[in-house]
Each structure stands twice: as C-alpha cells, then as structure tokens.
Write a protein that binds this ligand. Structure first.
Ligand SMILES: [Fe+2]
Length: 462
C-alpha cells in the first residue's frame, strides 16, 4: 500500500505508480494536455493499479461520447474481479462505485459516491472535482456550492499540491450560486497561485459576465492568456466567454473574428466545443448578425451525434445546430430518438430528458421555424426546470433569450415586457436587455418608456 500526495492510502505496486497517478490528478485539474501521458505512466508502472484504471474509466466518460463510454464499460469489467476480490481499499471502493454507476448513466449515483469520499477523505481532489463536474450538469449552483464549501476550509492555507485548484472549484461554485464577491476572491487567489488555472480564470470571467462588467472581463481574460491558452480544448470555452463580452458591447466583427480564430478554429467533435459554437451563432443571429455558412459545419458534426443521449445539455445544442442549418427533419428525428431512448430510462439523465430535454428541444426547433406561439406554449410551463438541463447560467441564457425573442415575435407585448424587465433588473449594463425592453414597451404602446429604454441603451454604448 502506497500513499498519494495528499496522504490517502492508495493501492499501487510501487511508489513510481503512485507518483504518476498524483501527476495525473494534478494534470486533470489543470486541464493539461499531458493528463493522458501521466495516466499512461501510472498504468505502465502498475497495469493493475485500481485507481489508475478507475481514472481511465472516468476520463473516457468525460468525453460524453458513445464509443468512449463503451471503453469505460470495458474498464469497469476489468476492475470488477479486483473489486469483488477485495483488492480495493475503502476509498477506492467508493471510486469504483462512482464509475460503476456513471457507466450506467446514473450521474446522480456517481455524485453521491464522490460526496461520500469527500466526507471521510476531504483531501481527495479527484472526488471533489468530479462531484463538481457532475453537479454542474445536474443540480447546478446550490449543490456545487454545498459540496465545495465542505472542503474549502480544509484546503485553505495548507501547502498541498493543487490547493489552488480547490479554490478555483469553490470560486465557480460561488459564482453559480450567485455569490460573485466570493467567486472573485477565491478565483483570483487560485490564479495568483497558478496563472494557468483555467477553471479559476473562467470562474472570475463568469462573475464579471453576470455582473455586466464586460470591458473588465475582456481585460481579465487577456491578462493570463499566454498561460491558460496552453491547456486542452476548454480554452475554446474561455474564448467563448470573451466573445460574450464583445457581443454585449455590440462588437460583432470582433465576435466573428474570434469565433473563426479561436472558438471554432478547429472543427472538433468535442461536445463542449460544439456547444460553444452553437450558443454563439444562435445569439449572433438573434442580434441580426449574418453568420454566413458557419452553421453547416456545426450541423454536420451534430448529425453524427443524433443517437448519443449521454448528456442532455449537449444534445440540446446538437438539435439547435441541425434546426439552425435548416435541417429540421434531422432535428425532429433526433428528438424522436431522444424520446425513445429516455422512455423507460430511469437514470438521472433519463429523467432530465423527459422533464426538460424534450420540451426544450421542441422549443428550439419551433423557434427556428418561426412557430413562436409554440415556443411560448412549450417553454413557459417548464421554465423553472430549465436549470435541470445543466450548464451555467451564462450558457442557459440562450434559452431565456429564445423565450424573449419569441414573445416579441409573437406580438405578446405584456409577456415580452415582463421578460425583458427581468433581464434589465438582473443585468442593468446589458445593452441587449435594454434594446429588447424598449421593443417590448413599443409593443405595449408605451412610446415614452421605449424612448427612455433606448436612451439607457445608447448611454451604455457610449
Ligand atoms: Fe463558462
């Protein structure tokens, strides 16, 4: 029995294997490109190391890709005799349980297992990070905050490897639960400890986005670009955040240039990369910007994922890409496939598909087809459940915008006015919010109110 860098007992054939697994965890937390190389080193040093195999299963599942999910299932099969033969210690047994449940699509069950690890082993960074990740795609801010709050006091001020990453995790938890001051405090602390900490950089970027600090946000993201831009594809998402600021500032040419140069510089099939692209083009078109032929590439990639049904949040964006590219029949086929797959699927994601995924998918297809009343009829009854689909407040805002745009397009003045009033109250520095508030007031016949709202919009743009 060896010990890891955080003092936890780990089953390994050698100290060399244990050190390589420590590096794997640190590389994963840092979104580093050498994560796989460190895991390979651990498994070369000890091909039967239980936790290394479990991590391999986790990494396969993190791609949310059916082919890799099958490899995760194979890894589980390989681990099964070890787990049943008593080769795993108590902490490793909980990690195996997490993998076992996650392979079956029970993200909630896996999350519970990592939370159980955190109770007895608060210095297990992988359990903290994976609980954070899966909560993000399920219950969102409140659960994330509760989980990271349980361990942040243990890690704070301790000279432990990767302590900054836990501050970054807590920063994002704080942000998604609306505590922007603590998000910024923990995020800045983490970035000071490690300027390449892209998750912490991203957490502060979110806090600035939610507070409408657009110019400051661009400066923040640019400040450590040379460091965070060396990480894996998550960097495309940080570029996406920079685009959000430029979009709010009406700098559409800059958004398109960054889209082509960074956000979607490569036509990857990573789910997060596709969601970045879809969510940006969708917003640009809502602002009346011609995005040219950019949808076609995203729709081609999405068409390959029609039968995924792994992560509802990702599937929503595949449907959006197909609908936006004018491939409504394929989008509808995907919805039908989603309905079939979720029917009788009692995993936590199955419930998400039934409760919010299907109506959301129907609504985005209706929006693209100009069936705005259908968007309202479909989305309004489930609006409070949209958060269940996962993702951040900033990411889900694309659905809120769609609801507002449809209210305006359907000529529902009172509803549009109410929805736009919510926006300007939540983010008073958003020119988009004021513009749509003005449009809604016009619809209601309040010309004077509309003039005042446009004056506020002009003041913000000045
Ligand atoms: Fe984000």
């Amino acid at each position: 029995m060896e010990e890891d860098a955080w003092g936890n007992a780990v089953t390994a054939a050698s100290a060399e294997a244990a050190r390589a697994l420590d590096e794997t965890a640190l590389a994963y937390m840092g979104f580093r490109l050498d994560t796989g190389a460190h895991l390979k080193a651990a498994l070369t040093a000890d091909p039967e190391m239980p936790l290394a195999l479990i991590y391999r299963g986790y990494f396969f599942l993190l791609f949310c890709h059916p082919a890799l999910a099958r490899k995760a299932a194979e890894t589980r099969e390989r681990l099964l005799p070890m787990a049943e033969g008593g080769a795993l210690n108590a902490r490793e047994r909980l990690h195996f349980r997490a993998l076992d449940l996650w392979v079956d699509g029970d993200m909630q069950g896996a999350n519970d297992a990592w939370e159980a690890v955190m109770l007895d082993w608060p210095f297990d960074p992988m359990a903290i990070r994976l609980a954070h990740y899966t909560s993000f795609y399920m219950r969102g801010g409140t659960a994330m905050r509760r989980q990271s709050a349980r361990v942040i006091r243990d890690w704070a001020g301790r000279d432990l490897p990767g302590a900054g990453f836990i501050h970054g995790v807590h920063a994002f938890s704080c942000e998604e639960s609306g505590d922007y001051a603590n998000a910024e405090r923990h995020g800045r602390m983490a970035v000071e400890m490690n300027p390449a900490d892209i998750w912490a950089t991203h957490a502060v970027a979110h806090a600035m986005e939610m507070q409408g600090r657009h110019r400051e946000g661009i400066g923040w993201i640019r400040a450590n670009e040379a460091d965070w831009n060396r990480t894996n594809n998550f960097r495309f998402h940080v570029w996406w955040h920079r685009c959000l600021y430029h979009l709010e500032l009406g700098e559409h040419d800059e958004v398109l240039a960054l889209y082509d140069r960074a956000v979607r510089a490569e036509s990857t099939d990573e789910y997060l990369d596709i969601t970045n692209g879809v969510a940006m083009l969708w917003r640009l078109e809502q602002e009346g910007v011609n995005v040219g032929g950019r949808w076609d590439e995203l729709a081609d990639r999405s068409a390959e994922r029609v039968h995924d049904h792994i992560l509802c949040f990702a599937d929503m964006h595949y449907v959006m890409a197909l609908a936006a590219a004018g491939r409504e029949a394929e989008a509808k086929d995907m919805i039908a496939a989603m309905r079939d797959a979720s029917d009788g699927d009692f995993s936590s994601q199955g419930e998400v598909y039934r409760r919010i995924g299907l109506p959301l998918a129907e609504a985005v297809v209706a929006a693209r087809a100009g069936r705005h009343q259908q968007v309202l009829d479909t989305l309004l009854p489930v609006r409070e459940d949209i958060a269940l689909v996962g993702g951040s407040h900033a990411q889900r805002d694309v659905f809120e915008r769609t609801l507002l745009e449809s209210a305006l397009a359907a000529g529902k003045g009172a509803l549009a006015r109410a929805l736009a009033a919510e926006r300007v109250d939540a983010k008073a520095t958003s020119a988009y919010g004021w513009r749509r508030y003005a449009d809604a007031l016009d619809l209601c016949g309040d010309a004077e109110g509309a003039r005042a709202a446009r004056a506020e919009m002009a003041r913000l743009a000045a």
